[in-house]
Design a protein around this ligand. Sequence first.
Ligand code: UP5
Ligand code: MG
Length: 194
Amino acid sequence: SVNSDINVVFVLGGPGVGKGTQCSKLVEDFKFKHLSAGDLLRAEQVAEGSKFKDIIKKHIKEGTIVPQEITIALLKKAIINNQHEYKNFLIDGFPRKLDQAVIFEETVIKAKLTLFFDCTREVMLERLLKRSKTSGREDDNIESIKKRFDTFVNTSMPVIEYLDTERHIVKKIDCTKSVEEIYSNVKKALEGII
Ligand code: UP5
Ligand code: MG
């Protein structure tokens, strides 16, 4: 089972806001294990023998949320596999629906902190369209991007509100800025953990 003395930080924000970019920078400078829920799902989608290939593919293309039991099982396994080596975990892009937040904190571990990456839709769209030229991601096309934005506003923002008003663990970071300016604010927000 999961050690109760690890530190879990949720890294949340809209599509293309820069969650992965900032997590990669933190991993270069500090001992964090970076677990991107999206990356774990994309790996499961191509894993030999997975029962969940079709359901994951459908949800990613439609920008909707994969059922919580699949994502939580992948995250829990990844935490258990790494907790002997790491004390600090960045959980990137999860939880993005209320049931996931509640069940994860009840059955896996409570988060110490949530970084909420705040940005305008225009800036996020621009970043995603630029990335789409090279990413090869099946959801980096204008139709999927629009659906991802809608899911973020309708389904995932309420999770951030819950973590803020009920759990009091949210720190908001302005992500319209440069990667380096954001990173300096990310490090300030993590004081006490890093
Ligand atoms: N870039 C980054 N920062 C920049 C800056 N400050 N200035 C200029 N450019 C900047 O960055 C995106 C692009 O912007 C890059 O080209 C980068 O260089 C540039 P990135 O760091 O990749 O942004 P990120 O926030 O990680 O964007 P991502 O597309 O990964 O976010 P999503 O939340 O949309 O995607 P994710 O992989 O988390 O989820 C994909 C899908 O999986 C979901 O839509 C959903 O269907 C499914 N999913 C679930 O069902 N459940 C889950 O729990 C998680 C995912
Ligand atoms: Mg990402």
